[in-house]
Design a protein around this ligand. Structure first.
Ligand SMILES: *[C@@H]1O[C@H](CO)[C@@H](O)[C@H](O)[C@H]1NC(C)=O
Ligand SMILES: *[C@@H]1O[C@H](CO)[C@@H](O)[C@H](O)[C@H]1NC(C)=O
Length: 293
């Protein structure tokens, strides 16, 4: 079995077993914490929340887990979001909490809290490291995943791509490593640094490319050139559809989303990238022509 089918297989399982909802739709409320990300597991798993606890001047990121029993009590069968009022969270020396439902009083309380020692395995290859809490959010692009933010280090808004939960770290690491290999190639948005939480890397920062549709329509061919720059560094993209190619306002093209990328010199892998992108460009240029008629 070659590298790609195996990888697709693993990713396929990961995406089938969990889906995310946007925090705007969530039904969870804490008196003193904002829900930043939710992951709902299907089947009998609970829900996992990444929250920002506010205690006066102090803030901290915490992870809260709700057992499936807690959820079934409030989601008997309806698909409508139900509001669940969760307990006050303290700051302090913990980062993961389990929530318990007292079925008699129908109140939620914290069953236990623990301090998880997260293994520091990510390679900080870029010298800039910024704590997550230093950013100001401008716009959420993909719930739990990518947001446009500002920070005094940058003159313009930048993009951060986040691993919202510990189990998202491996794909973030793969992508961060892709950016390292491609650094200086011109094939990617500019990589601007790492985002930390408690000292461990949970996200990375890149240039934010806001696309202009008319410019995009005229410059898609550049996506093939960007793929060739990638291939010259000994990397195949692995998911080279047009949605993973962005066009800057000056017309230059870059590739994003290196979660399925791999180091290789196999000609077939390169051909596959080019073939998929070529067909996407052809389709989208037909749409673009039609929209001009
Ligand atoms: C906390 O509670 C959860 C859920 O009941 C349990 O799985 C976990 O082992 C507990 N952790 C500790 C440290 O007691
Ligand atoms: C377009 O902008 C990017 C990023 O600022 C720069 O690296 C690139 O050289 C520019 N390309 C052209 C054709 O001006």
């Amino acid at each position: 079995m070659s590298f790609w089918p195996r990888l697709f297989f693993i990713i396929g399982i990961a995406t089938a077993s969990a889906y995310t909802v946007s925090p705007g739709q969530n039904a969870y409320r804490f008196p003193n914490a904002e829900v930043l990300a939710i992951q709902r597991e299907v089947a009998d798993q609970g829900h996992s929340l990444r929250v920002l606890v506010n205690d006066g001047e102090q803030k901290a990121i915490k992870y809260v887990f709700l057992e499936s029993g807690v959820l079934q009590a409030d989601y008997p069968s309806s698909s409508e979001p139900v509001s669940i009022n969760l307990p006050r969270l303290r700051l302090g020396d913990w980062d993961e909490a389990y929530i318990h439902l007292d079925r008699q009083t129908r109140t939620y309380s914290i069953r236990n809290t623990t301090r998880k020692v997260h293994l520091e395995s990510m390679d900080f290859w870029h010298p800039r490291k910024i704590d997550y809490l230093e950013f100001s959010k401008v716009e959420m692009l993909q719930p739990d995943r990518s947001q446009v933010v500002t920070h005094p280090d940058f003159d313009v808004p930048v993009l951060i791509k986040i691993a919202s939960f510990p189990w998202d770290i491996p794909s973030l690491e793969r992508e961060t490593n892709g950016y390292r290999l491609l650094h200086g190639s011109g094939a990617t948005p500019e990589f601007l640094g790492h985002v930390t939480e408690d000292g461990r890397a949970i996200a990375f920062i890149t240039e934010y490319i806001e696309e202009v549709l008319s410019i995009r329509g005229r410059n898609m061919q550049g996506c093939l050139a960007a793929l060739q720059r990638l291939h010259r560094r000994g990397m195949a993209h692995g998911d080279a559809h047009d949605g993973n190619c962005l066009i800057r306002k000056n017309g230059s093209s870059v590739l994003i989303d290196f979660e399925l990328s791999g180091e290789t010199w196999l000609h077939e892998e390169f051909e596959r990238d080019l073939d998929i992108m070529g067909r996407c460009i052809q389709d989208s240029s037909e749409h673009y022509q039609e929209s001009l008629l």
